[in-house]
Design a protein around this ligand. Structure first.
Ligand SMILES: Nc1ncnc2c1ncn2[C@@H]1O[C@H](COP(=O)(O)OP(=O)(O)O)[C@@H](O)[C@H]1O
Ligand SMILES: [Mg+2]
Length: 316
């Protein structure tokens, strides 16, 4: 079996600020991220996401527990881990007195890339992040979203085996966000692994193979968006309209589907939309409702699941 990109076992972190109460930020987090995966770490402000990323990227020591990166222990051998990772820190800022082009190039050189390779990678990253027009302006003159793009460009240019991105698209416009998504997908196609945090659940939904929801220092659920929806108990809604007398006069409701009528709109909820749709269409045909032309199927979004799990305190 190949070693996972990241393997965390029972990681705990208690902050002990001077003259203030202790903060138990992580209470035993175990997580495995496979090579080439994109995993989204989600959770409310203060859930412990940044703390986890800092520990995994050798910037902070855990109180207990263990994290290995491609088999290297982050505590015992940080020097083995650092060349394998690259980090977009939360609220990081580029060097104000450099331009985006200089920033990316300089960072690549400090990581040991040759002049030639650093130059090529810099141009690619500038292009991918749409920074062409501002590439030679001082970072200090850039807008917040452009600075953030410069930060992401710096990190993606490394094509490091494992990338940590803490809220990478914060402040970006929708086009820039898509640029980041495309770049991250391209990186994983080339073999990199990505662990990112985000509060944009549509972003997590489109980008992440799996999400892990942190709540109060613990991982509450981890899995695909579908898995999380099942755990949250959120359902797909099927809706259609029909003249009310027809609906009211229908002989029987479809087996196992509770159809709720509101005026001419009928709706029902299901975990399993395939069989439910077949059932519904058979029922419609038997009741003279035709093909239910305006039938709509709304799958639950990750946001639906998240709100359910997090506000409920989640499954035990
Ligand atoms: N240096 C620190 N000292 C004391 N408490 C901290 C420190 N850093 C973070 N915390 C606390 O740890 C908890 C988790 O924070 P953080 O990991 O930043 O959460 P998130 O990134 O999910 O918003 C919060 O309660 C936060 O206030
Ligand atoms: Mg954070």
């Amino acid at each position: 079996m190949t070693t996972p990109a990241l393997s965390a076992r029972e990681v705990k972190k208690v902050y002990r600020p001077r003259n203030r109460p202790e903060v138990p930020a992580l209470k035993g987090v175990s997580l495995e991220v496979g090579r080439g995966e994109r995993v989204g770490l989600l959770g409310r402000n203060g859930a412990g996401k940044t703390t986890f990323l800092k520990i995994a990227s050798t910037l902070l020591r855990p109180t207990s527990g263990e994290i290995t990166i491609f088999g290297h222990d982050v505590m015992a051998h940080p020097e083995e881990v650092r060349p394998l990772i690259a980090v977009v820190p939360q609220e990081g800022k580029p060097f104000f007195h450099l331009t985006p082009r200089e920033q990316v190039y300089t960072y690549l050189r400090t990581r040991g890339f040759s002049r030639e390779s650093a130059r090529t990678r810099t141009e690619e990253a500038i292009e991918q992040m749409g920074l062409g027009e501002v590439a030679d302006r001082l970072n200090v003159t850039l807008s917040g979203g452009q600075m953030q793009r410069a930060m992401v460009a710096t990190i993606i240019a490394t094509e490091a085996p494992l990338l940590f991105l803490d809220e990478p698209t914060i402040g970006m416009d929708p086009f820039a966000r898509r640029g980041v998504w495309d770049s991250l997908r391209r990186l994983t196609r080339k073999g990199s692994t990505i662990l990112l945090t985000t509060h944009y659940l549509d972003e997590a939904e489109r980008l992440a193979d799996r999400v892990a929801i942190l709540q109060d220092g613990r991982i509450q659920v981890v899995g695909s968006v579908r898995h999380v929806a099942r755990r949250a108990g959120v359902k797909t809604t099927i809706k259609f309209t029909a003249p009310q007398p027809v609906l009211a006069g229908a002989v029987a409701t479809p087996a196992g589907l509770a159809v709720v009528l509101r005026g001419e709109v009928a709706s029902c909820q299901t975990d399993n939309s395939g069989p439910a749709l077949r059932e519904l269409l058979d029922w419609a045909a038997a009741n003279g409702l035709g093909d239910l032309d305006d039938l709509s199927v709304e799958a639950p979004t990750l946001e639906d699941s998240y709100l359910q799990l997090v506000s409920n305190g989640g499954p035990q």
